[in-house]
Design a protein around this ligand. Structure first.
Ligand code: NAP
Length: 347
């Protein structure tokens, strides 16, 4: 007999974080997953990967390896996808498309949000509106559809950017980025994440909708698709010869598989509530590069480090108390590099 299927929706399913979550949900067997994408037909396109075009999908012992190909094809080859994954076209700014996607779902993971690699010419339209109005649209639709719980992916970007916070003090769930400060710095991503998370928690307080927010730090880890998202680019830059000198910042990082675990945990645990910081390693860039050098000595890593005194550290104690744990950084870095190699990204 079929196990009981619970319908859940993941917004922005083709993105870096959401793809890992979809994979985890499908692997559990009991979830039927609706993934929203802006362009469900994107798998008909062929994307350039390095200098070559590839079409076939391969599976290695460790990862699904899609060589080139398209935006959503990596989702369609996941185990269980044929029976239990449906991709639906939806845009965060189009309420009706979101409402159709979440109708009948027991749970919703709201992951989609603009993460741009370029400076927006109109930040209100390109970044802030899709994040904030998009979150309101998702929550309104969930409320109407009587969704049991919504897990909203926020960011440590909604936590740390506050000039009056004491230097060196550990950030926890009581910390919020200051909107005016982020606007002055023209960091529109931080503005968008701060406002959208505040909106999500305010909506929950106003309506009684069960909303949990999760704030990951810099997410890295093995790619499932050849398109490189912004946070993976931030790791990849250390492999490139053009960076002789880098700032030796204390980087707060978390493996994408641990983020997916955190999202599912906060969905499944009845006692989960409010906000959760999700960050596992605080590591100086020079220390990270030393680990990489030990495992992969031949890449042209940066040689010089300029010391930086911004040493922000995040506490994920609340999430750990809920049952969350994370991988050692060596394992995460190794799997990350292996996936880059498999896609030919490091060549
Ligand atoms: N990666 C990190 O280090 C990190 C850290 C903390 C928090 N986060 C959060 O994690 C989430 C996913 O980020 P990511 O790193 O996975 O980036 P990503 O790969 O760029 O994913 C972003 C997703 O949002 C979708 N999206 C953007 N605007 C949309 C709109 N108007 N309507 C519908 N979908 C829209 C994108 O769809 P298209 O594919 O159609 O563009 C894409 O699927 C975001 O909420 C981000 O703030 C990421």
């Amino acid at each position: 007999m079929d196990p009981v299927r619970k319908s859940v929706c993941v917004t922005g399913a083709g993105g870096f974080v959401a793809s890992e979550l979809v994979k985890l949900l499908l692997s559990r067997g009991q979830y039927a997953v609706r993934g929203t994408v802006r362009d469900p037909d994107a798998d008909r396109e062929t994307w350039e990967c390095g200098t070559a075009f590839f079409l076939e999908v391969e599976r290695s012992s460790r990862f699904f390896i899609k060589k080139g190909a398209s935006k959503n094809a990596h989702l369609k080859v996941l185990e269980g996808a044929e029976e239990r994954l449906q991709l639906l076209k939806a845009d965060l700014m189009d309420y009706d498309s979101i409402a159709s996607a979440v109708a009948g779902c027991e749970g919703v993971f709201h992951v989609a949000s603009p993460v741009l690699s370029h400076r927006p010419s109109n930040p209100e339209v390109e970044v802030i509106a899709p994040a904030v109005i998009g979150t309101t649209n998702v929550l309104k639709a969930c409320y109407e559809a009587k969704v049991r719980r919504v897990v909203v992916v926020s960011s440590c970007g909604a936590v740390y950017a506050n000039p009056i916070y004491p230097k060196g003090k550990v950030f926890d769930e009581d910390c919020w980025s200051d909107e005016d400060y982020c606007r002055k710095k023209e960091d529109w991503y931080l503005v968008s994440k701060t406002l959208s998370e505040r909106e999500a928690l305010a909506f929950a307080a106003k309506t009684g909708l069960d909303v949990v927010t999760v704030c990951p730090s810099l997410v890295f880890g093995p790619l499932m698709q050849p398109t490189v998202n912004l946070s993976s680019e931030m790791i990849l830059k250390y492999f490139k010869a053009d960076l002789e000198t880098v700032e030796n910042v204390l980087s707060n990082m978390v493996d994408i598989r641990d983020v997916a675990d955190a999202l599912l945990l906060t969905y499944e645990k009845p006692e989960a509530s409010g906000r959760y910081i999700c960050s596992s390693h605080a590591i100086k860039i020079s220390d990270m590069i030393n680990i990489l050098k030990t495992m992969y000595p031949s890449y042209p890593y940066p040689k010089n480090f300029v010391e930086d005194d911004v040493n922000s550290v995040y506490s994920s104690e609340k999430l750990q108390k809920l049952g969350w744990s994370f991988k050692p950084i060596e394992e995460s870095l190794r799997d990350t590099v292996e996936s880059y190699k498999a896609f030919g990204i490091l060549n």
